[in-house]
Ligand binder design. Sequence first.
Ligand SMILES: [Zn+2]
Length: 330
Amino acid sequence: MQVIIKVFLFIFGSVIGSFLNVCIFRLPRSGTLTLDAFKDIKVNNEKLWDELFKHKFIDEEGVIQLKFKQLSHAHKLHLSTEFKSQQTQIYHILRQLCALSINNPKRSFCPNCKKQIFWYDNIPLLSYLILGAKCRECRQHIPFRYFMVELITACVFVVLYIFFGFSAKFFIYTALTCALIVSTFVDFDFQIIPDEITLGGLVIGLIVSFIFPQIHNVNTHFSGLIQSGLGLLVGGGSIFLIGEFGKIIFKKESMGGGDVKFLAMIGSILGWQYALLIFFVAPFFGAVVGITMKLRKGVETIPYGPYLSIAAFLVILWGKEFLRWFMHSS
Ligand SMILES: [Zn+2]
């Protein structure tokens, strides 16, 4: 019976993973996109930026002002003569960046040829292998990441079940880990963590802590809420303080506001002790990867979200043992 449950959870997890892939692609490209994602255009092509702004395609903040439907054909873009020759290209940039939302368009599509993907080519894990990592239409290579996200999510479902059984902790930690997976990959791509996840998750964190105080190992709804609030403050506060500290030492922005909201969100679900533990564990992963990246590519800034995510998942699994060991040995 246990084996059947695990197999079922693995399959179910891979389906959720497939949905997370959609979130990873669409969330940062939806209507509320911020300046960061346009950084590329702004830095590398200032003229194009001014052009988009002049025609009110974007506002000062870089938030896209067009809706998907208004932008159904390239020739509908009224651009200055200078940009006429690039019309189709600009259209594609805008179309990719704007008005995608989690449920619009309904069906998945190939980011390269924009062809709809049929259900039989959209089976989690299997389709990637059967199609040989290529789009059926245009033969464009499908990044390994799609497969990886589905596999990671499938494993997360099974592992959390092994640790927590079917308890409130299992369901809430699974949802949190899904949010961590999405944040990790969005952060890698755009150096942002969407507010939908951080602020949305934070509110959900407070609510579920009130309804299910047992996830904080307390008995009353009110104590659950208090634990959640403390976690929120300690999580967000620790990153905020280290960021302010970094500003003084390095004279530049070292921690983004996204990271503050991110650990506040995680803290609201895991409580202040775990939030603090994550705060101290994450830099170890960040340092290892950061130094490697700097040596290999000379990259200066690294997104911090992924390391908070890895630390958070490890703390979910072994935080209790670690804290117990820590209390005994000190
Ligand atoms: Zn394609």
